[in-house]
Ligand binder design. Structure first.
Ligand code: GRG
Length: 297
């Protein structure tokens, strides 16, 4: 992403961070708010909320109309990271460059912090979205949110991920895993922005396809980094996939094929933008960041 796009991205990210802070002010019982804030304000890249804001702005909504839903998506993402790190799931001691939530607050509080974020998020959409967005749209946004959070989304991605450990899996299972574990939240982000702006169903379909290609590319790149990068870059323990005997594109087809596939998927994502005449520095920029990362590996 060039410097101008990075500045634009960071401006949106700052507004997201300010709202996440505002929405989660500490009150009694303090420890649950502290645990939530520890992970939520730990400096993630904020890709998903920025994508939601960008989609909303591209198609004519105002920034203040999308901020609550964008923050809700980051809360859902953060919940999934806290729970993913638990010993009963991926069991990682580090996240976003810091000790995982359960390492600091204990497993019970970390589990509750995730649960709290999951119920906090839709409440934010309902209570904080401005009245200029109709109740009909709010219901559509909630439907998108719950779809992505449940068995039609990341829960199914996570269970197939867990069940695939120490096993040979098919290409179709791997694709299911990537779609449900990762691409679903990128789809949620773009769809939430677009629905807030009232876009038509054809365009919504193509944005969903962009997020599908981007999500696959993002996850394969994440798997590549697990093998090639160190903790300073990825903020979590490297080499975890091999240690947990995970099936990934890298373990199944090797690094070179994984890089090639990532670049192929990035180009497919670009094609959607071109085909739909979507002129978005930010969407182009996040794809170009993956390409630049792959070229450095
Ligand atoms: C919703 C009830 C419920 C459960 C969630 C635990 C779980 C089920 C899902 C975990 C899914 C998961 C951890 C997918 C990995 C996706 C991924 C590559 C995350 C990293 O995203 P980045 O790099 O992270 O955007 P930052 O920290 O920058 O936000």
């Amino acid at each position: 992403m060039n410097e101008q796009t990075k500045t634009k991205f960071n401006e949106i990210r700052k507004v997201i961070d300010e709202h996440l802070d505002k929405y989660t002010q500490v009150k009694y019982p303090e420890n649950i708010y502290k645990a939530i804030r520890y992970s939520l304000l730990a400096g993630g890249k904020r890709l998903r909320p920025v994508m939601a804001v960008e989609a909303a702005l591209l198609f004519g909504a105002k920034q203040e109309e999308i901020i609550p839903a964008a923050c809700a998506i980051e809360m859902l993402h953060c919940q999934s990271l806290i729970h993913d790190d638990l010993p009963c799931m991926d069991n990682d001691d580090f996240r976003r460059g810091k000790p995982s939530n359960h390492k600091v607050f204990g497993e019970a509080t970390a589990t509750l912090a995730g649960d709290a974020l999951l119920s906090f998020a839709p409440k934010i959409i309902i209570e904080k979205t401005p009245k200029s967005i109709s109740s009909d749209i709010i219901i559509l946004l909630l439907n998108e949110f719950f779809t992505a959070a449940g068995t039609e989304g990341i829960v199914s991605g996570q269970i197939v991920d867990i069940e695939s450990e120490k096993k040979k899996i098919s290409k179709e299972t791997l694709e299911f895993l990537y779609e449900y574990k990762t691409a679903k939240l990128f789809k949620l982000a773009l769809r939430t922005g677009a629905i807030t702006a009232g876009v038509n169903s054809d365009l919504l379909q193509n944005l969903t396809l962009f997020a599908q290609y981007y999500g696959y590319a993002f996850q394969i790149y994440d798997d590549i980094l697990d093998v090639t990068a160190d903790i300073d870059i990825i903020g979590k323990t490297p080499g975890k996939d091999a240690k947990n005997e995970k099936s990934t594109y890298v373990s199944m087809y090797g690094i070179e094929a994984a890089k090639k596939q990532t670049l192929f998927l990035c180009n497919k994502a670009y094609d959607i933008l071109k085909q739909e005449h979507i002129n978005s520095e930010i969407l182009e920029g996040i794809v170009s960041d993956i390409i630049a990362g792959i070229c450095k590996c």
